[in-house]
Design a protein around this ligand. Structure first.
Ligand code: PMP
Length: 384
C-alpha cells in the first residue's frame, strides 16, 4: 500500500482507497490531466535538463524571439495531422493561446478610435472572448456580445467586425464556422484527433493553437498563431514584444522536447492514446445519460477522420449538459445537490439550464464524476 501521510481529497483510509461518502466530483476547469499517464510512459524521452548558462539572452542568435527549430517542428506536426495549412503562412508564438487571442484582436482592430471594431462570438462561447476586451477597455475595439443578436440589430453588412470562431467549440464541441463574414479569429485549441475527427486542413486567415490541449502541458503556457497576412503578423509580433518582450525561452525549449515525442511514429502514439482515453470516457458517459430523461448531453455524429483514415465519433473535451425539467432552471444548482460541480451556462453567455462538465481531468476525477452521475440518474429512475 501507499505509505499514509496524506490522501488526495475525497479519499481516506490506511491506503487512501476509501472514497469519502459526501465528496463532490469537481468537473469544473479545463486542466488536461488526462494525458499525464502518456507522459509517465515517456518520462525519460520527454525529460529536460537545462544548465545554468543556457539561453540567458532575450533573443536567439538570429536576433528573433522565436526558436526556428520549434517553428519547423510545429509545421511538421500540422502536416502530419493534416489539421492546418502552414505553407506560406507566418507564425507567432504566445504565452499560451490566451495571449494570442488578445494580440489577434489588437492586430485586426481598427486604428480609428471614433469607430472601434466590434468583437463578437456565437453563444455558447468561451468566456475569455468577453473578459479580455472588457479588461483592456480599448478605444480601438469593443466587446459586442453574441453574433445572432448582432445580426438582428444591424442590417448593414459593412460594419467592422472581429468574430471569434471556436472549432471545435468550447463548451459544446461543435465544429463552427463564421456567421458574420467579417474578420475572423479561428480558435483551434481543440482541433486535434483526441477530440474530433479531422475532416481536412483548416485554411483560415488567422488560426490559433495551444500546447495546453495538444500535449496537456497547460502550465508551460505555450501557444501559436498561423497568420496569412503580413501586416496582421507584424502587429501581433509588436503586441507580444511590447506586452512581454517576447516569450520564455525555457518554455520554448520544453515545447520542443515535448513536440519531438508527440510526432514520434507520425503522431500515432500520442493521438491513439488521447483518442482511446476520450472515446472510453464518452462511451461510459453516453450510457449513463441514455438512462436519463431529466438530463441530456449534446448529440455527436460520426465523421470521416483523415488522420486515422476511419469514420469516428467525436469525443469532445466537455459534456454540455442540459436540465430538461421545467423547474430545473439552474442546472448547476441541481447538479451540485447531486455532488457534481460544473461550470454554469452563464459563463459561456448561455442559459443556466446548461452546465459544462470537464472530461479531460484525471482518471480519479472522471471516475468520481461518473459515479455521482450514475447516482443522480438512479435516483431519477427510483432505483435508490
Ligand atoms: N481557447 C479555448 C477555446 C480554450 O478552451 C482555452 C483554455 N481553456 C484557451 C483558448 C486558452 O488556453 P491556453 O492559454 O492555455 O492556451
Amino acid at each position: 500500500g501507499r505509505p499514509v501521510c496524506e490522501c488526495y481529497s475525497c479519499y481516506s483510509g490506511p491506503d487512501c482507497s476509501q472514497l469519502s461518502p459526501g465528496c463532490a466530483a469537481n468537473a469544473d476547469g479545463g486542466d488536461p490531466i488526462f494525458l499525464e499517464p502518456f507522459w509517465m510512459e515517456k518520462a525519460a524521452d520527454s525529460a529536460l535538463v537545462v544548465p545554468g548558462w543556457h539561453r540567458m539572452s532575450y533573443k536567439y542568435a538570429d536576433d528573433t524571439m522565436m526558436s526556428t527549430e520549434l517553428e519547423s517542428y510545429i509545421r511538421k506536426l500540422h502536416s502530419i495531422v493534416g489539421n492546418a495549412i502552414t505553407e506560406g503562412r507566418y507564425m507567432v508564438f504566445g504565452i499560451g493561446s490566451s495571449q494570442l487571442l488578445s494580440a489577434a484582436v489588437y492586430a485586426l482592430s481598427s486604428e480609428n478610435s471614433s469607430s472601434p471594431s466590434n468583437v463578437l462570438a456565437s453563444i455558447p462561447f468561451y468566456g475569455m472572448y468577453k473578459s479580455q476586451p472588457m479588461l483592456f477597455n480599448s478605444e480601438n475595439f469593443k466587446y459586442e456580445g453574441d453574433t445572432k443578436s448582432w445580426q438582428s440589430n444591424n442590417s448593414t453588412s459593412n460594419m467592422d467586425v472581429i468574430e471569434f470562431v471556436t472549432s471545435p467549440n468550447n463548451p459544446d464541441g461543435e465544429l463552427k464556422q463564421s456567421v458574420l463574414g467579417g474578420k475572423t479569429i479561428y480558435d483551434h485549441a481543440y482541433f486535434w484527433p483526441h477530440f474530433t475527427p479531422i475532416l481536412g486542413p483548416s485554411d483560415q486567415d488567422l488560426m490559433i493553437f495551444t500546447l495546453s490541449k495538444l500535449t496537456g502541458h497547460a502550465g508551460t503556457r505555450f501557444g501559436w498563431a498561423i497568420v496569412k497576412d503580413k501586416d496582421v503578423y507584424e502587429k501581433m509580433i509588436n503586441y507580444i514584444n511590447i506586452a512581454d518582450l517576447g516569450i520564455s525561452k525555457d518554455t520554448q525549449l520544453r515545447a520542443l522536447k515535448l513536440l519531438k515525442v508527440a510526432i514520434e511514429e507520425d503522431g500515432k502514439s500520442l493521438f491513439q492514446f488521447a483518442y482511446n482515453k476520450m472515446r472510453d470516457r464518452w462511451d461510459r458517459l453516453t450510457s449513463v445519460f441514455a438512462k436519463s430523461t431529466r438530463f441530456s448531453i449534446q448529440k455527436i455524429h460520426p465523421l470521416h477522420c483523415k488522420f486515422f483514415n476511419e469514420t469516428r465519433l467525436p469525443s469532445p473535451a466537455y459534456a454540455w449538459v442540459k436540465c430538461e425539467r421545467e423547474e430545473d432552471e439552474d442546472c448547476s444548482e441541481v447538479l451540485e445537490a447531486g455532488k457534481i460541480i460544473g461550470r454554469s451556462g452563464s459563463a459561456f453567455s448561455a442559459n443556466n439550464r446548461y452546465t459544462r462538465l470537464s472530461l479531460i481531468k484525471s482518471q480519479d476525477d472522471f471516475e468520481l464524476l461518473l459515479q455521482r452521475l450514475t447516482e443522480l440518474v438512479s435516483l431519477e429512475n427510483g432505483i435508490m
